[in-house]
Design a protein around this ligand. Sequence first.
Ligand code: CA
Length: 227
Amino acid sequence: MAKILIVEDELDLAELVKNWLQKEQHLVEIVDNGNDGFQCLKVNRYDLLILDLMLPGMDGLEICSRYRQGSGTMPILILTARASSREKELGLDIGADDYLSKPFDLKELAARVRALLRRGNSTTYGDRYRIGNVIVEVGKHLVTRDGAEIRLLPQEYRLLEFFVRHSQHVFSPEQLLDCVWESGSAAMVDTVRGHIQRLRKKLDPPVGESIISTVHGLGYKVDATRC
Ligand code: CA
């Protein structure tokens, strides 16, 4: 038995999925908008999240991104009506574990759910990463260089954690703004660039390459390894 949250505004579909999963003895809750969905994740514990992307309120990508930024490790299955493979890729990049395109077969959904639950919480969201001489301990929100703690402001830390969790992936400033900053905040791409500059200033070695690489014309990336 697993406790599963479905965040989906198409209630007929959500009920179908719920009934199917209840037959497999799961405990299933439905929320029909993004804000309530995110609130549920903050106050309740689930074993799996089934998440629609297009939602009233906070959308699925933001829920996923914010949940992972908060070090949440529960498996996430995204349901998407959007045809764009870019959306799917972005969903997986920001921490979803799997996705299904609508319309889908309920048997297929159940098989994905079983696979994700088998993986349980042993996802790739480990807690210690190395970038050169810098160590990022995600669970503790601790950043050290050569053993000495480096103090980061909360938003600088969020950005760094986002980079290490998506090692080697290149993000444009616009994507970083979407994924790491609150929607509706006054931040702009210059804010993102400013944070990258400050991270470099605080974390880069006195000589040699920056821990945040600029990929010309595309954006920025970090090469981090789990340790
Ligand atoms: Ca929807």
